[in-house]
Write a protein that binds this ligand. Sequence first.
Ligand code: C2E
Ligand code: MG
Ligand code: MG
Ligand code: MG
Length: 290
Amino acid sequence: RAKQQGQTRSCVFDAVMHQSAQGRLALERDLRQALKDEAFELLYQPIVRLPDGELTGFEALIRWRKPDGSRVFPGEFIALAEETGLINPLGDWVLREACRQIGQWQRNEGAEQDFYISVNLSSVQFFQANLIETVRSAMSEHSVQPGQLKLELTEGILVDDNPQIVDRMRQLLAMGCGIMVDDFGTGYSSLSYLQRFPLEVLKIDQSFTAKIKESTGLHLVRAIISMAHALELGVIAEGIESEDVAHCLAGLGCELGQGYYFARPLSADQAGRCFESPQAAIGAHQKGHH
Ligand code: C2E
Ligand code: MG
Ligand code: MG
Ligand code: MG
């Protein structure tokens, strides 16, 4: 089709393609350098009990700190990191850093309290040959106890019938790493995987949470929660932005949630202060950054 539209059109198209290939190369080069410089940072978003906001744990969310002080969001670099394989060293860093933080909180602010950090695992990383070893050594280096590290996987991994997936999950579970399904409801998989895999929690995607004030949205969220409970899975609602929505979810029996209403993703120092009072997470959204 581009051919039919003549030379000019296809020259412009080539120029755009070329530019974006260069842009990708530059991004890849910068990512490699950032890995060497350890220019990444984890922010921690509280996961709280509904509706009162009592802290139960945190989700770790990666940011890339640029030399000029700006922060780059994962949406801008995770996909390229996956394509180039850089996600493996990057993901290893995230696991070790989260475990280091667990160890530090356990010795200090969080000593009196049960808590966990959940880490997002890319599917590329899940299939990495030495994943189990990486998790095991990160946990033991920082004396992480069973239940303190959880892993978030997207439905993409769960469509596969590959028996290795179940094996791998069992090994992770045996180490005390519960597995959550992230962005539940946005994948294309059948629901049968929910029975096939040893899962702990469904995280309702924020696109559903956002529509809970509409009647079809409400029906959908109610159905997800009752299905999760029938399968003896926990439920976390993502993207809670108002008190109304928190109460509505609690009324539907959703026990856990996270979102800007309770707290934005916080720096490790800010997150550490959430241990001071059981409901410190509420209102932290005024102090947090992105
Ligand atoms: P996710 O795991 O579903 O994380 C939730 C995203 O929603 C985060 O975006 C979070 O900042 C944002 N969020 C939290 N509360 C609210 C709210 O009330 N309203 C709205 N509109 N958004 C909210 P973020 O930090 O930009 O992360 C985006 C995605 O990047 C994550 O989605 C996850 O898939 C991926 N990601 C983040 N950190 C890592 C990581 O360390 N490794 C890997 N592989 N992926 C990561
Ligand atoms: Mg997540
Ligand atoms: Mg999610
Ligand atoms: Mg998401």
